[in-house]
Design a protein around this ligand. Structure first.
Ligand code: AMP
Ligand code: MG
Length: 338
């Protein structure tokens, strides 16, 4: 049976009786939690499950916490730490989930010709993103790590489900892809649980399921820390990821260095794109490509789009100009001041 979630509906009805102000008919169920080092907010409008939305969200957060435990490179007990420590010396056995994720990341690294490079962990560590007491890395040390394409040095054994590194001196960093993959897992989880209409905000990455009251979702697209949107995108089911330098950076001698690295220079990317939002039918693809396009710049992004057509984009250039791919141009409404 289809249920609409009116968690506060009775309360709202009571308030309506005693108030002359306008009052929304139905209220979705919402829940926030902290996982993958960020906030996640579930908003569930409709479900066909006999489980309560609260139970469904609790199960979903447990699933995400366990995935985070597996994928975090800062957790010394994670599978990624095991790979980074041991995979050069001996093949490391991983779960089916991790195996497929790493394989897909290698494919995406190849597809983007290394603009998305999930093997730049040593460069991330040198820059010290996420820590307060680092220092600006030495240019010579960065030059050593630039343009390495270390994803080519990862090999897979499908039978034993093991992964090995064929070279030394690099490590995996799934920072540009893990949240997108987690949203893929979450999408399956929520749908299997019977959810038919929901939106999830996972630290700025968005998952939408179904429609909202029969209409598309209108998702705000932001390009900087101001939270003033450059526009709204109307979507049905899908995944939206945004990459920009506003969210995470380190500051050395009063200069800010953002966290999206151009693997060819080992420095923060400076492609002329200020922010990139990608909409795709797959969470991992939307996440990896938002990072890749940010690194590639407008021209290469347009060429990639024409060649593969696997995702749609909205890019805001450094001068504030907003460009959208052809497939979503009609669904994007630019802000008046945007
Ligand atoms: P995102 O916010 O999805 O663009 O991911 C950025 C995070 O991914 C950074 O904090 C790094 O951990 C990692 N990263 C930075 N640059 C790249 C890159 N060019 N390819 C893959 N991962 C990257
Ligand atoms: Mg990304």
């Amino acid at each position: 049976m289809k249920r609409k979630y009116l968690s506060a509906a009775l309360l709202a009805a009571a308030l309506c009786l005693s108030s002359l102000t306008a009052c929304a008919d139905d209220q979705p169920y919402t829940k926030s939690a902290f996982t993958f080092d960020t906030f996640i907010t579930f908003t569930i409008y409709e479900s066909e499950s006999s489980d309560s939305p609260e139970e469904i969200c609790e199960g979903a957060v447990d699933m995400l916490n366990s995935l985070d435990g597996e994928l975090s490179r800062t957790n010394p007990d994670s599978v990624i730490s095991a790979l980074n420590k041991q995979a050069y010396n001996s093949p490391v056995s991983v779960s089916d989930t991790t195996y497929l994720l790493i394989k897909s990341c290698k494919d995406l690294s190849e597809l983007t010709d290394g603009a998305f490079d999930f093997t730049l962990g040593e460069i991330s560590s040198l820059w010290g993103f996420g820590s307060d007491n680092g220092k600006k890395p030495d240019d010579a040390a960065l030059a050593e790590l630039a343009d390495r394409k270390n994803y080519e040095n990862i090999s897979f054994d499908d039978e034993s489900r093991t992964i090995s590194f064929t070279e030394e001196g690099f490590s995996i960093d799934l920072g540009a892809a893990a949240k997108g993959y987690a949203l893929d897992m979450l999408d399956s989880y929520l749908r299997k649980a019977g959810v038919t209409s929901a939106v999830v905000d996972f630290g700025g990455s968005i998952l939408t399921i179904g429609k909202k009251d029969g209409y598309s979702w209108n998702i705000s697209v932001t390009a900087d820390e101001s939270d003033s949107p450059v526009g709204t995108l109307a979507v049905n089911d899908g995944f939206i990821a945004t990459s920009n330098g506003a969210k995470r950076f380190v500051e050395y001698d009063g200069v800010k260095y953002h966290h999206i690295i151009d693997p060819f220079t080992a420095h923060p990317a400076d492609s002329g794109i200020k922010s990139c939002t990608v909409y795709a039918a797959d969470g991992l693809i939307s996440d990896a490509l938002s990072t890749a396009f940010f690194v590639m710049g407008q021209e290469k992004t347009e060429q990639f789009y024409e060649k593969y057509k696997i995702a749609e984009y909205i890019i805001t250039l450094d001068d504030g100009t907003v460009k959208t791919s052809a497939g979503i141009a009609a669904d994007f409404r630019a802000s008046q001041n945007g």
